[in-house]
Write a protein that binds this ligand. Structure first.
Ligand code: MTE
Length: 322
């Protein structure tokens, strides 16, 4: 992005462990893979079988890994962009776990809706009918990629719960603002709080997802606990983390990276191998965890989700609306 951080080939080899055995096609295998027996287990202090966060989740058969090689848990949770907790990829894992609390967590849903709400995140998860697992490609605008098994719920369920008025055309989502406890927010590295937006029809697309977990476990702070946006056909920066507010608006919101560098980042941010970033190519991507020499692959239009989303952009010039 704007600020270059440590090169990823500096990742210690120890974290690049093969976890390609993760290709499970049903939930029992999925849990077994995590080392979880049928009686339940404690992972990182969270019970997979507790009521909190809606776990355990069940796999959505439409989003099984298939041929995708799922990135190891250790990499997904140690190679992060979360500027609130530092600019280096390895910093959020450390800094987001030094006393900053993502629990309890209140979420506000408002703007042009018939059903404004202010509620605890676990209450929200209950109201949208619980969570499911989906394996998605994850492509950062910096030209690296992963494959992540998310847990969470379809964003369309939150939209339905809010019951938007006809004048609502966009959904703006905002990260917490807590400069006292969060070091990055005491700097001017970004325009805080981080915010992102979608057109309402994008928010209602079947792929748009609110993640509350990874690998069947509550989502770690560094990945955006307790809830973050996942829109896999767009560059990763659209995936706003640790959301406190969902605001239904009549006007297109200004998203943080567009505010920071409008000549480089737009509102749409659809993955597009034919439209290069002004400073680098977007034709290929480095697959995180695939080793030093291997690991470049061609980037796919809409990150491989063309079938699900191309119809959203009929008539839109994707070179201008990047
Ligand atoms: N959300 C907030 N609040 N702050 C951030 O710095 N970084 C974005 C996005 N969401 C960011 C954020 C970027 S650039 C990317 S690529 C993804 O989060 C990274 O998500 P990950 O760390 O789970 O891979």
């Amino acid at each position: 992005m704007l600020i270059r951080s440590k090169k990823d080939w500096e990742l210690p080899e120890s974290v690049v462990t093969a976890e390609d055995r993760y290709r499970r096609r049903n939930r029992r295998d999925f849990l077994k893979h995590l080392g979880v027996g049928t009686a339940g287990a404690l992972l990182g202090g969270h019970s997979l079988f507790g009521a909190s966060g809606g776990f355990p989740s069940s796999a959505n058969p439409a989003y099984l890994p298939g041929d995708l090689k799922v990135t190891p848990y250790d990499l997904i949770t140690s190679y992060n962009n979360f500027y609130e907790f530092g600019l280096g990829k390895d910093e959020p894992k450390v800094n987001a776990n030094m006393g900053w609390m993502s629990e309890p967590w209140t979420v506000e849903i408002g703007g042009q809706v018939r059903n404004p709400l202010k509620l605890d995140v676990n209450e929200l998860i209950k109201k949208v009918g619980g969570i499911e697992q989906r394996v998605y490609r994850h492509r950062c605008v910096e030209a690296w990629s992963m494959v992540v098994p998310w847990d969470g719920f379809a964003l369309s369920k939150l939209v339905a719960l809010a019951d938007p008025k006809p004048e609502a055309k966009f959904l703006q989502m905002t990260t917490f603002f807590d400069p006292k406890n969060v070091p990055g927010q005491r700097t001017n590295n970004l325009d805080w709080p981080y915010l992102e937006g979608l057109r309402l029809d994008e928010a209602n697309n079947e792929l748009s997802f609110i993640a509350t977990g990874i690998y069947g476990r509550p989502i770690p702070n560094q990945n955006g606990a307790p809830l973050r946006l996942v829109v896999p056909w767009k560059y990763g920066f659209k995936g706003v983390k640790s959301i406190v507010k969902f605001d239904f608006t009549t006007r297109q919101p200004r998203n943080t990276w567009q505010v920071m560098a409008p000549q480089e980042y737009g509102f749409y941010a659809n993955v597009n191998p034919k439209v290069d970033h002004p400073r680098w190519s977007q034709a290929t991507e480095r697959v995180i965890g695939s080793g030093f020499f291997a690991g470049k692959q061609d980037t796919l239009m809409f990150n491989g989700y063309e079938k699900q989303v191309a119809s959203l952009y009929g008539g839109l010039d994707l070179r201008r609306n990047y």
